[in-house]
Design a protein around this ligand. Structure first.
Ligand code: PHE
Length: 357
């Protein structure tokens, strides 16, 4: 039978083994051989019962003390070895963050030029303090026309070759929005001025030829407060066009026009030298000061509030900026086209980094 002297030898043996363990696996071996079910300390515990009662207590306590010391030593050694293992990994597994990104399969995908241009425009307008507003593609007649000062018998309705849904019984007749202007209405019904939003999105017109597709994209802008005037409209457009085409100077021309929801109304042309066609003008959208009736229709007092709006064709702008000749190819889903004209997912447009990367 073990004596107290044997016990202290066992203790110093075990502590020696613990501090000699060179790695976590070896340390766990020591733990099992000491404290495991059949370990040396556990075995002593199981022999307690065979001792005469007067020795049992003190021997039991002595074994427990050994067990406690060994446990503490194991924990301390484990901490040291874990730290050493971490340091070893850190010194071998170095990441060189200057290496180019390996794209893997995601690199095969392409961002569509329309998405790229939308992101570029959002970036430009965010910098000017605009926020993005959205509305649904399926709109009410009221938001798409009536509230925009286009009553049922207005000739402008015929300009928009509208896709209507079959009227629901007793319900409103829904349609596919023909422009992004209903987002103006939704915004003014929801928010009080000052308002400064852009609304990029899909629009639909029953029209299809080389330069028209039944679905295309627009970006709308709306600014309403108490003092906004045409000068602000012009400045905003100029800044936007310069930033978008990434040029320092741009020639712009406003042509008198008519939209029921703006007064006065203008069409916006840009000098095509910006895109290498000197002497030519290109129409990119419509704009004007928001018509007092539209403000009234949205519950805003036209004697107090005023502002401007514009709407532009995003697809058109993508064609101009990136030299893409055929509009229909935008929506044909041809992968070869997308490989050629699309953008890498890493070409996130930023003003600082240059919009088109
Ligand atoms: N909604 C008009 C269109 O689709 C463009 C526009 C927007 C004109 C805002 C003036 C103000 O043609």
């Amino acid at each position: 039978m073990s004596t107290i002297a044997d016990l202290s030898k066992l203790e110093s043996d075990l502590l020696g083994e613990v501090s000699a363990a060179g790695d976590l696996v070896a340390l766990d071996g020591v733990r099992v051989s000491a404290l495991g079910k059949k370990g040396r300390v556990s075995e002593l515990m199981s022999k307690l019962g065979a001792l005469p009662p007067e020795e049992r207590k003190s021997f039991g306590q002595a074994v427990n003390t050994v067990k406690q010391k060994v446990t503490e030593a194991l924990d301390a050694r484990k901490g040291i070895l874990e730290e050493a293992a971490l340091q070893a990994r850190l010194s071998t597994e170095r990441a060189d963050i200057t290496l180019p990104v390996r794209l893997g399969p995601q690199g095969e995908g392409r961002i569509h030029p329309v998405s790229q241009v939308m992101d570029e425009l959002i970036e430009i307008f965010a910098d000017l303090g605009f926020k993005v507003a959205e509305g649904p593609d399926i709109e009410t007649d009221e938001n798409n026309f009536d509230k925009l000062n286009i009553p049922a018998d207005h000739p402008a309705r015929q300009d928009h070759d509208t896709f209507y849904f079959a009227p629901k019984e007793g319900g409103e007749r829904m349609l596919l929005r023909t422009h992004t202007s209903p987002v103006q209405i939704r915004t003014m019904m929801r928010e009080k001025p000052p308002i400064r939003i852009i609304a990029p999105g899909r629009v639909y017109r029953c029209d299809s030829d080389q330069t028209h597709t039944p679905m295309f994209h627009q970006i709308e802008a709306l600014v309403i407060d108490e003092t906004t005037h045409m000068g602000h409209l012009k400045w905003t457009l100029e800044e936007m066009i310069k930033a978008f085409f990434e040029v320092d100077e741009v020639k712009m021309r406003f042509r008198a026009s008519h939209f029921p929801f703006t007064e006065p109304s203008m069409e916006i042309d840009i000098g095509a030298e910006a895109i290498g066609k000197p002497g030519k003008w290109l129409e990119i959208g419509g704009c004007g000061m928001v018509h007092p009736n539209v403000l009234k229709n949205c519950g805003l007092d036209p004697d107090k509030y005023q502002g401007f709006a514009f709407g532009m064709g995003i697809d058109r702008m993508a064609m101009l900026k990136y030299g893409i000749p055929d509009l229909r190819a935008f929506f044909s889903g041809d992968l070869r086209w997308l490989k050629h004209y699309g953008f890498s997912m890493l070409d996130v447009p930023t003003l600082g980094g240059g919009l088109s990367g």
